[in-house]
Design a protein around this ligand. Sequence first.
Ligand SMILES: CC(C)(COP(=O)(O)OP(=O)(O)OC[C@H]1O[C@@H](n2cnc3c(N)ncnc32)[C@H](O)[C@@H]1OP(=O)(O)O)[C@@H](O)C(=O)NCCC(=O)NCCS
Length: 166
Amino acid sequence: MSCSLRPVGRAQRAPLERLVRATDRFRESEVRTAVELLDEALAGDDDYRFVGAYEGEALVGYACWGPTPGTEGTHDLYWIVVAPERQGAGIGRTLLADVERKLTADGGRLLVAETSGRADYAPTRAFYEKHGFIRAATVPGYYAPADDLVIYTKDLTDGELARAAP
Ligand SMILES: CC(C)(COP(=O)(O)OP(=O)(O)OC[C@H]1O[C@@H](n2cnc3c(N)ncnc32)[C@H](O)[C@@H]1OP(=O)(O)O)[C@@H](O)C(=O)NCCC(=O)NCCS
């Protein structure tokens, strides 16, 4: 079944919470944060933007991103999540492409995604690497002992960032 992309509204608040929890990737505090970001977006906060992937009326994935404070044109990809039973079917790729299209149209330059270096996050890292992100930095032990922060970045300027480097 193909998915369609639409905004994430108030009616998706509980489905989004279930979706994030169902991945088994996030601590309860992170699940709460995911919902809080949606609440802020629904209250009009433009720092957090959402797009949902739907099969019929069912929310099967979403992405949340926003401008990184204190930067020019850098954006954080805060969350990209696909329902476990629908992973590997191209929904993540579709969501990411939509985020990138919107950012590029909006003058976005750099997209940053943070994830864990743990073995169980290997599929997530593979997803970013497959989609043109480079592993820009690792912070050992950031999340917990032996749980590194891995920072991925993607140049949205078709190489301009690299060419401008000293
Ligand atoms: C990461 C995630 C969003 C990817 O979404 P998805 O719909 O499963 O990914 P797609 O089907 O679009 O995969 C696109 C590509 O990524 C790669 N990929 C995806 N899952 C992979 C896996 N488990 N192992 C290796 N590569 C994988 C594939 O190479 C695939 O390329 P292909 O289209 O040529 O086959 C999804 O797996 C997910 O929700 N994971 C749990 C939550 C998470 O870790 N989110 C990121 C941090 S917020």
